[in-house]
Design a binder for this molecule. Sequence first.
Ligand SMILES: *Cc1c(COP(=O)(O)O)cnc(C)c1O
Length: 375
Amino acid sequence: MNERIYLSPPCMLGRERQLLLDAFDSNWIAPLGPHVNAFENEFAQRVGMKHAAAVSSGTAALHLALLLTGVGPGDRVVTSSFTFAATANAIKYVSAEPVFVDSEWTSWNMDPNLLRECLQKCRSENRLPKAVLTVDILGQCCDYASIQAICSEFELPLIEDAAEALGATYQNRPAGSFGDIACFSFNGNKIITTSGGGMLVTNSADRAAKARHLATQARDPAPHYEHSEVGYNYRLSNLLAAIGRGQLEVLDEHVRRRRGIFEVYQNALSERPGLTLMPEIPGGKSTRWLTVLLIDPQKFGEDRESVRQRLEAANIESRPAWKPMHCQPIFQGCEFVGGNVSLQIFEQGLCLPSGSSLSWEQQKRVIEVLLGSTR
Ligand SMILES: *Cc1c(COP(=O)(O)O)cnc(C)c1O
């Protein structure tokens, strides 16, 4: 049996191990320490925001972002339907209601026209949402020229879920710099990983301080344990922050490799009838975190699920693109604005092995199996 090819395994390229051992040997084996502080500073600088708070996961960052925005029970939050469940779950954590908006074909992210339509309707019914929560899906920023203008027009705070888009840019600005608050993830399959972890970034010193406060059990300044609100245990370990620093130093190399992998797939696959790859938004540079292939079953002669099973039989991991939230059992009955774009991306979309450590030989094997030449 061939060695298994994974979708997006961790890839350590630089000083990660050295920094981890430094953290270990310093005995700062705690959810605070010099590597946490340094990681926060280096990260904020990288994404062009003034402050960063390191947390235990991207989901924790999203939860805190909603709390900091004042979203609470009964509030509505407009978000993208085409995302991972963590985005929408975080809205539920604060007992608010998600309103899902469909994708546009140009970026696969939230369609600005539908967002406007949705907000106009909300305003006419006098029930505007408390915030807009965009998602930069699969390594690519949204159309922020439009979305930021719409948020200003309706005077709504913008939260950016950039968990999948660290390293991407739009109009030469980094992913994570478009919202009032943005959230990142360092889960095992993300473009950089700490095994698990997340980051919240903002230009507001107060919000960053509040995020750290809430993430540390909301302990008030006092020699004893004094608490005047509900807190969480969401801080990132100093050991993991050390790995994160090492990974951040080589982020550009990860982006370069993933874009290279995309290009190889593009050249090998896009000539075939029925196969197209995820587009890149005009003015934006995607990290190509995952290469996603759309398979039109009529034209290709085989559907996405059958291709996925053939790859699996050859010990190659691939995965359907995110199933939209408005089609998930848990979010049934939630409002949805749009048509069939995200659903069609789900039905036809297959994420291909895209890890930064994917070799040319491995990629060749994926392409051969996919095109059926070794069937
Ligand atoms: C991975 C991911 C998250 C959650 O991050 P975790 O670190 O796994 O909690 C949130 N949103 C999106 C879009 C993601 O892909």
